[in-house]
Design a protein around this ligand. Structure first.
Ligand code: PMT
Length: 399
């Protein structure tokens, strides 16, 4: 039985000759048990009639923002929330360009911009349009935004030219959709612990030693593992972020000591542990109960003591757990990361360097190299942290 059964799919159709294949795609999706809502652009309707599409989907086709004679408003937001997956096939060069740049001048693009779930795009165009630097730039932007691209095939095109640009066959697009849903369930039954954010080490009731971690990287990892069906425990330092998605239990901590205790007491029974938090290595030896005053002294010496190393402790406790540490470096990056991997008895280490302008604290992007305890090194280009989280999950837990 197909895993598309019962899934809500928005099928977006834009104006290209390959729109004729969308009829078969719709037929196959419905046959597999999916509920499909078609959204078509005004140009799409020049190639294929809404009557055919509504007859096959069993739902009125949405094309305009509202129905002219009744004034009924079609909510792209509701559609975006309803969908488990949005497939845009065919996606013309124009639709791809609008998606990449957020030009919301038709119902299909507004639905795309409101889509909460995965979006998949099957481009179709002439080979010169496909090869054009602007199309390729837009495709790269969509990839960075997390859109799955079902690559066009090479072959004879409607223009008579031969080359890459033919939309993937409907069967291939259905397979890609099934592969996507298979991945969302691939970690069902697994338990994952993730640490995220900074730790704050109090000096007095108003001051602390901290760092710039926003939690973005760790939260993206927690959400990615949960989206694959895992039961996730997120141990979060003091950050203002909210975690999205189901299947995530959150424990809020402030100091490294609190993070250590939460991590150690929950370690047993975990399958994967990802340590993305930026943990303070030192904390003040004593915490003043009242606010330290500036009067009366020109100098102040703070005595710091070493915090427990969470990663090393878990590394010494591990039985079947796989532990993935991070290394945030400023120099001798690989050498330092390898040293941490061995010293802390980790299975993988994710290296990010503050020398990379697209990596590190607070940014929406990161640039990582994943190193395994067997010496395998995988270097990735700069991507959004949500995409980096997918690469980490793919490598450590399998695609
Ligand atoms: O939160 P963001 O703004 O998105 O930024 C993400 C990030 C830069 C914080 C993240 O990508 C990252 O690199 N996290 C680890 C930062 C760090 O503290 O690295 P480290 O090289 O000092 O530590 C090595 C490993 O040991 C890390 O997995 C760390 O969590 C762990 N550690 C460190 C000290 C300690 N006392 N206990 C630990 O478990």
């Amino acid at each position: 039985m197909s895993n598309l059964r019962g899934k809500h799919i928005v099928l977006g159709i834009s104006g290209g000759i390959a729109a004729y294949k969308s009829v078969m795609l719709l037929r196959l999706l419905v046959k597999a048990g999916a509920e499909v809502q078609v959204v078509i652009t005004p140009n799409g309707k020049e190639f294929i009639t809404p009557v055919t599409l509504s007859a096959l989907s069993g739902k009125p086709v949405v094309s305009e923002f509202f129905t002219a004679n009744t004034g009924e408003w079609h909510s792209h937001v509701d559609l975006g929330l309803w969908a488990d997956l949005m497939i845009i096939a065919p996606a013309t060069a124009s639709t791809i360009g609008k998606m990449a740049n957020g030009i919301a001048d038709n119902m299909l693009i507004t639905t795309y911009l409101s889509a909460k779930e995965q979006v998949m795009v099957a481009p179709a165009m002439d080979l010169d349009m496909w090869r054009h630097p602007s199309t390729q730039r837009n495709i790269e932007t969509l990839k960075r935004d997390g859109v799955i691209i079902v690559e066009p095939e090479a072959g004879e095109l409607a223009s008579g030219l031969v080359g890459k640009g033919r939309m993937e066959e409907p069967e291939g697009i259905v397979k890609a959709a099934e592969a996507y849903f298979a991945k969302t369930a691939s970690l069902t039954g697994k338990r994952v612990m993730v640490t995220a954010g900074p730790t704050f080490e109090n000096i007095d009731p108003v001051r602390f030693i901290g760092n710039y971690s926003s939690g973005k990287m760790g939260f993206a990892i927690a959400e990615e593992f949960a989206s694959r069906g895992a039961e996730v425990l997120l141990i979060a330092g003091p950050v203002s972020m909210e975690v999205k998605g189901e299947g995530i239990k959150r424990i809020n901590v402030v100091s490294a000591r609190e993070m250590y205790e939460a991590a150690v007491s929950n370690f047993d029974g975990m399958d994967y542990v990802v340590l993305a938090a930026a943990v303070a290595d030192y904390a003040p030896e004593t915490v003043s109960e009242s606010k330290i005053k500036r009067e009366g002294t020109d100098e102040m010496v703070l005595k710091l003591v070493k915090n427990p190393d969470i990663a090393a402790t878990l590394g010494s406790m591990k039985t079947t757990q796989k532990i993935i540490g991070f290394a945030l470096e400023t120099d001798h990056e690989l050498e330092n990361a390898l040293h941490k991997l061995k010293k802390k008895n980790l299975d993988w280490i994710v290296l990010n360097s503050l020398r990379d302008p697209e990596a590190g604290f607070m940014k929406d992007t990161n640039k990582i190299t994943i190193v395994s305890d067997t010496g395998m090194e995988l270097e990735f280009p700069a991507k959004r942290k949500t995409e980096v989280a997918k690469d980490i999950a793919d490598v450590v837990a399998g695609k």
